[in-house]
Unconditional design. Structure first.
Length: 638
């Protein structure tokens, strides 16, 4: 028994430490398991947090990119994407258009390998071993412009989860402590990210003003507040006139500098309590309080004009910017945000239509005009398909022999309900909507077919002048359209003359020159239309591949009595002849104008004195006439 007891005692003595060690091990294991469970929970939570934060970031970035994508502003789009560098976890981002082509991109590390997806899903979130991919649509109002893709590296997430992979009790406790410290660091990082996201969502990165989203929220808040108080407030929408000329000629960096300068001036000139926002592109919006009179609106308009009054120095150039503004007031003109913005936009368009560089107050007739503009735009596309457009032709006369040497083809719209629509009513709308490109193609096809028809009838000794828009020239489509029209019609290229305005040449001078050289290579004549009204210098005319200048009718209207116009016409004619160019004077209506211009050696004349625009069937009367034309061609016998 004693032996057995002696044998048993050591066993009991060994059991205690074993139990203690087992308990400690179990406790350590329990803590470790708890740590691992916490780590798993933490990993899943952080993964969901990261995905949600990335999706929010992508949606806000997409919203901030909408204006840049709509206006083709690659620099601003790249700058917006560059804001992602505030968070080191963002590896890269790319903005794509609706055609899935890359518009702008951002890469945090050149060595990062990013595999972009080609899907178009809305709000897509995908994980792989190294990255989190998020995509969000880029929408402007209700139009889908494309999508933005954002990529985050997930190495930090791996490191966070890895610190819990310890096997001892002490390591588990240290891991818990590290996790606590890390959680606090993550919380601080999230707070910083939220601040950055707020700034990205509500502040325009170019001008520093609050953006379109902030403006709309401010309008909604003002409507709610003033609806309760019964007081009013006003909205002014300011749109810069011909701002694209600055971007096209000096670059987007110069355009951004102009916008920053105007934003600062506008903020400085506003009355205390009023606020300016960048509404997108070259548009600004001002929200101001009113006192029941139009004085506050007048002051807001004066502030806008003052901000635009002084020239701006950019890149060694002195730029004079102009703008058109429209003002609407709550509750007199509208009671909702969309109606208020619509009223201000209608007033702004009215200011532009009146000659630009002006401020207009809204009235109900402007809404009718705006609706008419939208209706005309929608009807233009239908009219092209229905063959509602036709050409009329105005004679161009040799000033010395008074014989017809050419005609200008002019577009007319024969609307089935509205009758003949004036070009002044639809050409500006076609320009702004982009339909002018297809209209230009249609005009070239009609004109070249008519040239071929006249040639077949034996009337081959005169040319047909066709106006080309700046949009056709800027988009690089003019050469293709002219070549296609000549080839399909079989018309003689030497009988076609393309008229380009000075403004078209200024937009992109190098592209314009290359196009004009190619046109003349086809055998087509080239003329500068409305000469004297544009921004070009007379000195650079010798560098242009052109055949003639057309003096704008505005310089002819008051001849020979207006000395200033007489001096301008004399200078243009002398300079053109010195460069070997022919000169055409437009708008000749009196015999005195004809005699005066002939005395200045102006080569050709065009105007009501020689003939109004007429259909091709009526022009045949002139084509059959031999010798000098009388001043009343409509009296000629068939």
């Amino acid at each position: 028994m004693k032996l057995l007891w002696l044998q048993a005692k050591p066993k009991r003595e060994r059991l205690g430490p074993r139990l203690t060690r087992a308990a400690m091990g179990a406790a350590a294991l329990a803590l470790l398991v708890a740590a691992l469970i916490f780590n798993t929970y933490h990993y899943a939570s952080r993964r969901a947090e990261m995905a949600e934060a990335a999706l929010v970031q992508a949606r806000i970035t997409a919203d901030a990119l909408s204006a840049a994508l709509m206006f083709g502003d690659v620099n601003t789009a790249t700058e917006v994407l560059g804001f992602l560098k505030a968070s080191p976890d963002f590896s890269a981002a790319v903005a794509r258009g609706v055609d899935n082509a890359v518009f702008a991109s951002y890469l945090h590390k050149p060595a990062d390998h990013v595999s972009w997806s080609n899907g178009r899903g809305e709000g897509m979130v995908q994980w792989d071993d190294d990255h989190l991919h998020v995509r969000a649509p880029i929408v402007h109002d209700t139009r889908l412009l494309g999508h933005v893709e954002v990529v985050l590296g997930v190495q930090s997430l791996r490191r966070e989860s890895g610190v819990f992979a310890l096997t001892s009790l002490g390591a588990a406790l240290v891991a818990l402590a590290m996790a606590y410290a890390l959680a606090r660091g993550v919380r601080r990082a999230i707070d910083r990210t939220e601040e950055q996201l707020h700034e990205l969502a509500y502040v325009d990165p170019v001008t520093g003003l609050h953006n379109r989203r902030a403006a709309k929220e401010q309008l909604q808040a003002c409507i709610q507040r003033h609806a309760r108080s019964g007081e009013g407030f006003g909205v002014m929408l300011l749109d810069l006139d011909d701002f694209s000329t600055i971007n096209d000629s000096l670059g987007h960096a110069a355009g951004d500098e102009v916008l920053r300068t105007l934003a600062r001036r506008l903020s400085e000139t506003l009355k205390a309590g009023n606020q300016a926002f960048r509404f997108g592109g070259d548009e600004f919006i001002v929200v101001f309080d009113t006192d029941g009179t139009h004085e506050a609106a007048r002051q807001a308009g004066a502030a806008a004009q003052l901000a635009l009054s002084a020239s701006i120095q950019v890149g060694g150039f002195e730029i004079q910017v102009r703008g058109s503004a429209g003002i609407a007031e709550f509750p007199h003109h509208a009671r909702t945000e969309s109606e208020l913005l619509g009223a201000a936009d209608a007033a702004m368009y009215s200011a532009k239509h009146a000659g630009k560089n002006a401020v207009a107050m809204y009235d109900e007739q402007m809404t009718d005009a705006s609706r008419q503009r939208l209706r005309t735009e929608s009807e233009l596309s239908r009219a092209l398909g229905n063959g509602e457009f036709g050409l009329v032709y105005q004679p161009i006369i040799d000033m010395a022999s008074r014989t017809m040497v050419g005609v200008e083809a002019l577009l007319r719209w024969h609307h089935p309900q509205r009758g003949t629509v004036s070009p002044a009513a639809f050409i500006p709308i076609a320009e702004s909507s982009g339909l002018i490109v297809e209209l230009g193609r249609h005009v070239l096809e009609l004109a070249t077919r008519q040239i071929a028809s006249w040639e077949a009838e034996g009337f081959g000794d005169f040319y047909v002048a066709v106006n080309a828009s700046a949009r056709q020239l800027r988009d690089g489509l003019l050469l293709e359209q002219v070549s296609s029209a000549l080839q399909s019609s079989g018309a003689d290229p030497s009988r076609l003359e393309i008229e380009i305005t000075e403004h078209s040449l200024v937009d992109d001078h190098d592209v314009a020159v290359r196009t004009l050289v190619s046109l003349r290579g086809l055998g087509v004549r080239v003329a500068i239309d409305d000469f004297g009204t544009g921004l070009s210098s007379l000195a650079y005319l010798r560098r242009l591949p052109i055949d003639k200048l057309k003096i704008d009718r505005g310089f002819v209207r008051e001849l020979p009595g207006n000395e200033s116009d007489a001096a301008i016409v004399t200078a243009i004619a002398s300079m053109a002849h010195a460069l070997g160019l022919r000169v055409v004077a437009e708008g000749i209506e009196t015999a005195a104008q004809r005699e005066y211009l002939a005395g200045l050696r102006v080569d050709f004349g065009q105007g009501y004195l020689f003939g109004r625009p007429m259909p091709a069937v009526d022009l045949r009367k002139l084509l059959r006439h031999v010798g000098p034309l009388p001043t009343a061609p409509a009296t000629l016998d068939a």
